[in-house]
Design a protein around this ligand. Structure first.
Ligand code: BGC
Length: 742
């Protein structure tokens, strides 16, 4: 009996949520495999390595070599750009045909970065980037967007998604900040978990699901110098407080795989960090799925990080640390070197079997052994009209109104406007990273049916009421012509300026300053000098510094990179069909030299002036959680069901919310706590729960939250999660209650 239990545990039966019981099949297949076949399964290459240079085509000789000689287990990526569903099916069929000729007929698992919708299938529906999803504070949106993404991926024949990204966005300069859920750990935890469920919860055997990949484990998101793939220095206490919980939650939600942080923490490249990859991830979090490297990162243990003294050493360090699959990605060196390492007894057969067992289990779970080919029955899931409606709803709910002087918005019907600026006619600037191409910059791959902001205005208020001076995208100099803008403004009632950042992803998005570019500021000044109201739409991934421009703008609408429905969402907000309810998932900084996060500890805000050391240093341009509405909400009657809590009890916290304005609106009620005294200097406030509600004008509602000891915990000096006895404050809006935890 004991042996049986050990076997079942080893074989992954104790695996998370959605995986099914394929243990017996996996073990039987494993027994038949040669060492070369096993190592091949651990090898992943990019499609370019087996392609012929044309999108969607493979090179028969290279593919045969990859599969029959090196026995590779996985392929990823596109050559350059998105393809049609039919092209995907053709290419994947060619790949699986070759795999079915191999001795054991082990199918290839194909992986893609469907980051905010299915990036790489033409005509797919793209949703707001994670930063915008976080602004919506609507967990249902995170989940549904993931479900649709899964359906469109699977319709394209792909069953493994490299998402969600769970890196906590605590460094605004980082080029992948828009892919994050922002600076708060709790938001990242609940949104990330919802995404994992959206991808996987139908059951991976069903054609509506894909295996998810939580990434990038962990600490990737806070490089000290802000540049992508550069070192982070994060003490373990902070790693555990702010970066680990999202992964713990995603594991519990059933994530099938994890991708490793490309960079280093405290000088240790994560790909070689056995403590994080094995002790924490496996033993502590209980993760049973596949750990895949990021791009070329095993090689880079040698070529970049210099913790390995040779390519062989790099493979040994990476695999022994806990990487199961190497995204090599251009060649087969990993397979050759790993074989050498096993022969030299530098890597054990147990470690190889463990990795291969996980990979085969994932392949069984996603149904590849039952049918390795693109599933014809899934094609109908692609491109349903309701996806576009939902993309609009998601974008509308994310849109965050930051300024609205004299209630200039919504604009009145019958108004005539000038729509200008570099993102007025750019789909790239509406979508950002991972949109039909990696960088998302190339306008020609966007669906023709997708609207630009200019087109959405023309549709909404009539072509005769909209003029423009803009051309298409950031590269068109017409977009920065100040005089043309000023002249045109004379003929309208208001100017809508569409500014921000063009699309970028990863290192090409590295930036040296987050100041709004001078040429954009000039546009604002020119518009303002016309005397007409200036409404600025910010299509951007990161918070550009606009402090010196705020007075020149009558209204500011932060639209983030909000996807296929972005233009319509912006227009419907400006024209008042959508009442904005997005609120910031980060602190919008005022100055580059003064970046303080909302959950800082008190001393971070101290600005000592002789004896006056009162903290006032949390002074962002717009605070975390800020966002205006066309109506107003008031809180009253904060009640706690008890003023004492113990380890096993729950306190109910309720508050009455009333819509005191004149129109219906959605609103996120946010509950914060503050530990008055603790062994580690406590954060001034931490978001512990939120609920998004909708109220008609005048309507009142009581919102109730359950709070327990786990919600209050923090990581102590011994790196344990604890809730220490003492007084806690609960804050909702300006209201505050206190209870005692014993
Ligand atoms: C990125 C990952 C991505 C991988 C595969 C890497 O450069 O860091 O997020 O999943 O490429 O495209």
């Amino acid at each position: 009996m004991k042996h049986l239990i050990t076997f079942l545990l080893m074989a992954g039966l104790a695996s998370t949520g959605t995986s099914q019981n394929h243990a017996a099949e996996v073990e039987s297949l494993l027994k038949k495999m040669t060492i070369e076949e096993k190592i091949g399964q651990m090898t992943q290459v990019t499609i370019g390595a087996v392609g012929n240079g044309k999108e969607g085509e493979t090179d028969a000789v290279k593919l045969k070599e990859a599969i029959q000689k090196y026995h590779i287990g996985s392929i990823l990526n596109v050559d350059q750009h998105a393809m049609s569903v039919a092209e995907w099916h053709r290419m994947l069929t060619a790949i699986q045909d070759e795999a079915m000729k191999s001795r054991l007929e082990i199918p290839i698992i194909y992986g893609l970065d469907a980051i905010h919708g299915q990036t790489y299938t033409l005509e797919s529906t793209l949703f707001p980037q994670n930063i915008a999803i976080a602004a919506s504070r609507n967990i249902g949106i995170a989940k549904k967007a993931a479900k649709i993404t899964a359906a469109e991926l699977r319709a394209s024949g792909v069953r493994w998604n490299f998402g969600p990204m769970l890196d906590c966005g605590r460094q605004v300069y980082w080029s992948r900040f828009p892919e994050s859920y922002g600076e708060d750990t709790y938001i990242g935890k609940v949104m990330g978990s919802a995404a994992v469920k959206g991808y996987e919860e139908d059951g991976l055997g069903k054609t509506t699901s894909v295996a998810s990949c939580m990434k990038h484990y962990m600490g990737y998101s806070n490089p000290r110098n802000g540049k992508d793939r550069t070192p982070a220095y994060i003490p373990e206490i902070e790693l555990r407080e702010h970066y680990l919980p999202q992964f713990r939650e995603a594991v519990a939600s059933g994530a099938s795989s994890v991708m490793i942080n490309s960079s280093l923490i405290n000088g240790v490249p994560t790909h070689g960090d056995k403590y994080l990859l094995t002790d924490v991830l496996r033993k502590e979090l209980g993760f049973k799925g596949v750990a895949v490297s990021d791009w070329e990162d095993i090689k880079r243990l040698y070529t970049w990080h210099k913790v390995a003294s040779s390519p062989l050493d790099a493979v040994v360090i990476g695999v022994n640390a806990g990487v199961d699959m190497s995204m090599v990605p251009y060649d087969f060196s990993f397979a050759t070197l790993l074989l050498e390492a096993v022969n030299k007894k530098l890597v054990s057969m147990e470690r190889i079997d463990e990795a291969v067992r996980r990979i085969l289990t994932m392949k069984y779970n996603v149904g590849l052994f039952a049918n390795p080919y693109p599933e014809k029955e899934a094609i109908g899931q692609f491109g349903k009209p309701e996806y576009k409606d939902f993309a609009f709803e998601a974008a509308a709910e994310a849109t965050t109104l930051l300024k609205n002087t004299n209630n200039i918005l919504p604009l009145k019907p019958g108004i005539k406007i000038l729509v200008a600026g570099p993102s007025a006619q750019s789909k790239a600037a509406l979508n950002g990273a991972w949109s039909y191409t990696w960088q998302g910059k190339d306008e020609k791959w966007y669906p023709e049916s997708e609207l630009t902001i200019l087109e959405a205005f023309q549709q909404k208020i009539g072509r005769e009421n909209v003029i423009t001076t803009s051309g298409i995208g950031y590269d068109d100099p017409a977009n920065f012509e100040v005089k043309a803008l000023r002249d045109a403004a004379q003929n309208v009632d208001a100017v809508v300026l569409c500014l921000g950042e063009n699309a970028y992803a990863e290192s090409p998005g590295n930036i040296f300053t987050l100041d709004m570019p001078t040429e954009q500021k000039e546009l604002i000044r020119a518009a303002k000098s016309s005397g007409k109201p200036v409404i600025v739409v910010l299509n951007q991934g990161r918070p550009l510094f606009i402090t010196d421009m705020v007075n020149e703008m009558d209204a500011i609408l932060l639209a983030y990179w909000s996807g296929s429905g972005g233009a319509k969402a912006i227009v419907s907000t400006i024209m008042g069909d959508n009442n904005p309810s997005g609120i910031l998932p980060f602190s919008y900084p005022k100055y580059p030299g003064d970046i303080v996060l909302y959950d800082h500890i008190f001393t971070e805000t101290i600005r000592e002036v002789f004896n006056n050391n009162v903290g006032t240093g949390y002074d962002p341009l717009f605070a975390f959680g800020f966002g205006l509405s066309y109506t107003t909400f008031e809180y009253s009657d904060l009640k706690l069901s008890d003023n004492k809590m113990s380890a096993n009890t729950t306190i109910k916290v309720s508050v009455t919310v009333q819509n005191t304005g004149s129109r219906q609106g959605k609103h996120s009620v946010e509950l914060y706590t503050h530990d008055q005294y603790a062994s580690i200097a406590p954060s001034v406030r931490r978001l512990r729960a939120f609920q998004k509600i909708e109220l008609k004008a005048g309507e009142k509602k009581t919102v109730t939250f359950d709070l327990n000891a786990e919600d209050l915990e923090f990581v102590n000096a011994q790196l344990k999660r604890v809730t220490e006895p003492g007084e806690f404050d609960v804050m909702i809006g300006e209201l505050k209650g206190t209870f005692d935890y014993r």
